[in-house]
Write a protein that binds this ligand. Structure first.
Ligand code: NAD
Ligand code: DAU
Length: 352
């Protein structure tokens, strides 16, 4: 088993987004000695309301700022011993409309963070650790007629969208800082997450909230594309176990072993919500739409003893739908843009 590290003060970037907010909340609960500083630019998907329940927590500090601001990052790092980088543009369809913010935040932002870590911690590889939160989309696409094929950590990178290309660049920069300077850097690559606080542009919260408003759900292409669904809190637990127990310079694939076609997913949502198939609206396919993602997460189990415990299907999905049903104010404010009023008053205008 690799050595276990105990960190005192994490710099979490992008902690006001979907996965980052679940991570901040979970780590404050799971690790009573750990402090967290959350650096988030509050872009369209960053929402202070995602962490309203821990505002004022004695071990939590929020800083509004951009990861491309090297001076700010370095100031914050002076007191931190690890970075977990969630901050990114995260939606494939937006990257097809305009790739530029993806290059700025995902590529330049990661390089600025890495350089600030090096400036602060030097090259001895022991002072601080950098964990890059990556995605399985960097591997490209698998065929749907060969279920035995899975993404492993040594699958060549072959990204399809501007989003996944920018994430692949970020992963490679992270690894380059390890190989060139000996920095303590690790990369995780996870499959599709679902759970509370996901921005309703992603398929599950989009479909669920459409149906709650009596609207149809737009299913791309033939609906046969396959994704491997993992509950967000399982992902957070996996990231923490890599942060504390992973080996420097290693990549760790994280997945739910839970492949579903979009058509099966849509039918499951309709069933749970008591809606009929007439609520499906077939629409044109996404450009460059990856056919199938599927993760081999055996390294996580073998090295770190991690496996998902919250992703059982369809219970995890039903619980998630229940969360959106119980939190209509949250998503109605997000969908109407009203959630931005609060932080615009507090912190000035956010980027669009
Ligand atoms: P999200 O869009 O919900 O959240 C992104 C957060 O980053 C927001 O709070 C946003 O304000 C912040 N941010 C964006 N650019 C920033 C910048 N330049 N400086 C500071 N903050 C900035 O995304 P998510 O779904 O929570 O994804 C988080 C990370 O996990 C991303 O890196 C994504 O690539 C990765 N990931 C996501 C999934 C998934 O299924 N959602 C799966 C695997 C990996
Ligand atoms: O695999 C990890 C990735 O999962 C993360 O890196 C990304 O940040 C995250 O957004 C997600 O990417 P996807 O593109 O797989 O997620 P999305 O929710 O956008 O789409 C899931 C599937 O549903 C995909 O095959 C496209 C389809 N879809 C999506 C939308 C938004 C539809 O059929 N209709 C839709 O309206």
């Amino acid at each position: 088993m690799p050595e276990t590290r105990n960190f005192k003060h994490l710099l979490v970037t992008g902690g006001c987004g979907f996965i980052g907010s679940n991570f901040v909340r979970s780590v404050l609960e799971w690790r009573p000695g750990v402090r967290i500083t959350n650096l988030d630019a509050l872009t369209y998907s960053g929402n202070l309301e995602n962490l309203a329940d821990i505002e004022g927590h004695e071990r939590y500090t929020f800083i509004k700022g951009d990861i491309t601001d090297g001076g700010l990052v370095q100031t914050l790092l002076a007191d931190c011993d690890a970075v977990v980088n969630f901050a990114a543009e995260s939606h494939v369809d937006r990257s097809i409309q305009d790739a530029s913010p993806f290059i700025t935040s995902n590529v330049l932002g990661t390089q600025v963070l890495l350089q600030a870590c090096r400036n602060t911690w030097g090259d001895d590889g022991k002072a601080g650790r950098f964990l890059q939160v990556g995605t399985d989309e960097v591997y490209g696409s698998l065929p749907i007629d060969k279920p035995e094929e899975l993404f492993t950590e040594s699958t060549p990178l072959d990204p399809s969208s501007p989003y996944s290309a920018s994430k692949a660049a970020a992963d490679m920069l992270a690894m380059a800082f390890h190989r060139t300077f000996g920095m303590d850097v690790l990369v995780t690559r996870c499959s599709n997450n679902y759970g509370p606080y996901q921005f309703p542009e992603k398929v599950i919260p989009l479909f669920v909230t459409n149906l709650m408003q009596g609207e149809q759900v737009p299913l791309y292409g033939d609906g046969k594309n396959v994704r491997d669904w993992l509950h967000v809190v399982d992902h957070c637990e996996a990231i923490l176990s890599v942060l504390e127990g992973g080996r420097p310079g290693e990549v760790y694939n994280i997945g739910g072993n839970n492949e579903r076609s979009n058509l099966d997913l849509t039918h499951a949502i309709l069933d749970i919500m008591g809606k009929g198939k007439e609520m499906i609206r077939p629409v044109a396919d996404r450009l460059g739409h990856d056919r199938r993602y599927a993760i081999d997460a055996s390294k996580m189990k073998a090295e770190l003893g991690w496996q998902p415990t919250r992703s059982a299907w369809p219970k995890g999905l039903a619980d998630t739908i229940g969360w959106y049903q119980d939190n209509t104010e949250w998503w109605q404010r997000v969908r109407s843009g009203a959630y931005r009023d609060y932080y615009e008053k507090m912190y000035g205008a956010a980027s669009s």
